[in-house]
Structures are given as C-alpha cells and as structure tokens.
Design a binder for this molecule. Structure first.
Ligand SMILES: [Zn+2]
Length: 185
C-alpha cells in the first residue's frame, strides 16, 4: 500500500523535485470512503455544517487522507486517481491559495495560465450544466481548484482527452509538470 501510494504521489513531481511535497509528512489511509465534518461559510455569510463522504482529503498543512478502496478502484489508466488528485491540491496550495494555479516556473506566465484555464473552465462548466458528455470527470466543474486537480488526474492517465478538448490547458500543464504523458507508452 505504501509503495502504491508513494509511486503515484511521486509521478507529478518526477521532474519538479521532492521540495515540492516535502511539507507532506504523513498519509492517513482509510479502508474505504470516509465521512468528513465540513464547516463552510457561504457567499452571504451563513455558516453551514454538514457531513460529506469523501475518497480523499488534503489539508494545507497536515496529512493527506485517502481511501484505499478508491485508490484500488483508480489503478487503471481511466483518468480517475485519488492520489494524483490530492497531490495536485497540495501543489496548488504552495503559493498560499488553493485556486487552481500552483506556483509557476520561471518562463511561464501567470496570464497565459489564467487565460487558458479560465476559458476551459467556463466551457467545461457550460457543457456539464447542459448534460453534455465530457471526456473528463464532470466533478472538474465544481471549482477552479477541482478543475486543476481533476485535470491533473486526466493529464497523467488520459492525456489525449485533454489534448483533444483543451489543448491550451494541456500545454500549460506540460510546462508546469515538465512532462508530456501523451508521448509515453
Ligand atoms: Zn478535490
């Protein structure tokens, strides 16, 4: 189990280096989907408490929490991978905001990243609302942060889907991860 999780967690940082996840010191594994207590303040300031079933959870500081059943279910190259998803959230959080944009490398432009991702997010959200079939998990329409995490799963497992539908996003992700999974295998 440790090897499976570690190998998958290393994939996104293969060409970035361990520094990018050295703040990740522990991983908690539940046998199956777990229930999380959520406290959230909505746009009008009302605080909501609720319980939610989750397959993974990532805190800005603290452990990565994962469901083993979901890790096993995502072992094929099907665009579903809870480890890649949660590691993407950690990378996204490195600049202090979980907003779908990790800290970019020298030579990459924030504006280009934002333009490509905003346009794709807008289009993807519209398609999901219209019940269109999408090659990528509709959960990506949840928020820009989920968009980046879900697209990271797809980037490594089903890269041709992103290239076909959102090539500008693929280009930015390839520059960020310093990998081009579409050329492997
Ligand atoms: Zn997520």
């Amino acid at each position: 189990m440790k090897q499976t999780i570690a190998l998958q967690a290393c994939l996104p940082i293969l060409n970035l280096g361990f520094d990018w996840i050295d703040h990740l010191v522990s991983v908690v594994v539940y046998p199956d989907t777990f229930v999380s207590e959520v406290t959230e303040r909505d746009d009008v300031g009302v605080v909501h408490h609720y319980r939610e079933a989750r397959s993974g959870e990532s805190w800005e500081r603290g452990p990565l929490v994962l469901s083993w059943a979901d890790i096993e279910a995502g072992l094929g190259e099907d665009g579903y991978n809870v480890v890649l998803h949660e590691v993407a959230h950690r990378l996204d959080a490195l600049d202090g905001a979980v907003n779908g944009k990790p800290p970019l490398h020298a030579g990459m432009r924030d504006l280009t990243w934002r333009d490509s991702f905003s346009a794709a997010f807008e289009d993807f959200t519209r398609r999901v609302r219209a019940n269109e079939d999408t090659l990528i998990d509709p959960y990506a329409a949840e928020s820009p942060a989920e968009f980046f995490a879900v697209f990271t799963e797809a980037f490594f497992e089903t890269p041709h889907g992103i290239i076909a539908e959102y090539p500008a996003v693929y280009e930015q992700m390839a520059a960020f991860y310093r990998q081009d999974p579409s050329r492997q295998g």
